[in-house]
Design a protein. Structure first.
Length: 171
């Protein structure tokens, strides 16, 4: 599977079905009104997470405790040889009585994928105890100390797939 290149980073969040496996992500209809939610409902994300990502290679995600109405997170995807493939800087924030997740991608040399003032925005579809479903992106608990993160993306062609990341909480 090829990772999207910077020029196609916006193709990450498209509403189409995943291959044969069960889908983790949800897609909101055009007229969807995000549900009421507060940042405190996602405090279970706070901490260091490590697991597997693209190609089964090491991936890490970290979330800081809320500062006001915002939680800041980072994500790192490693290559087979253990170097950084890319990273993400994420803001999970309260907006209009709901939650929104915004992120920017960076290459290993810290050059951005999105244009300087652009970012990907994921609007909340549903929130449950230990789960948040955003349009095309899911964060949910997996057992007592696990985290599943899933995102829909488009490769260079028109094929849409769902990337699945499985993490364990680091002690």
């Amino acid at each position: 599977m090829r990772l999207p290149v910077p020029a196609t980073a916006m193709a990450l969040v498209l509403g189409v079905s995943s291959p044969a496996s069960a889908q983790e992500t949800r897609i909101a209809p055009d007229d969807h009104v995000p549900p009421s939610a507060e940042i405190g409902q996602l405090e279970w994300l706070v901490g260091q997470w490590e697991g597997t990502g693209i190609g089964g290679h090491r991936a890490m995600e970290s979330w800081l405790p809320p500062t006001g109405d915002t939680m800041i997170g980072t994500f790192v995807q490693a290559t087979a040889d253990g170097t950084i493939r890319f990273s993400e800087h994420m803001y999970l924030t309260e907006e209009d009585g709901s939650l929104v997740l915004r992120l920017k991608h960076f290459n290993a040399d810290l050059t951005g994928w999105e244009a300087q003032d652009d970012m990907l925005t994921f609007r909340l579809v549903a929130v449950e105890p230990c789960a948040a479903y955003f349009h095309a992106l899911t964060l949910r608990c997996d057992g007592e100390d696990g985290l599943v993160a899933a995102v829909r993306m488009r490769s260079e062609g028109e094929e849409i797939s769902e990337l699945l990341f499985r993490f364990e909480r680091m002690q």
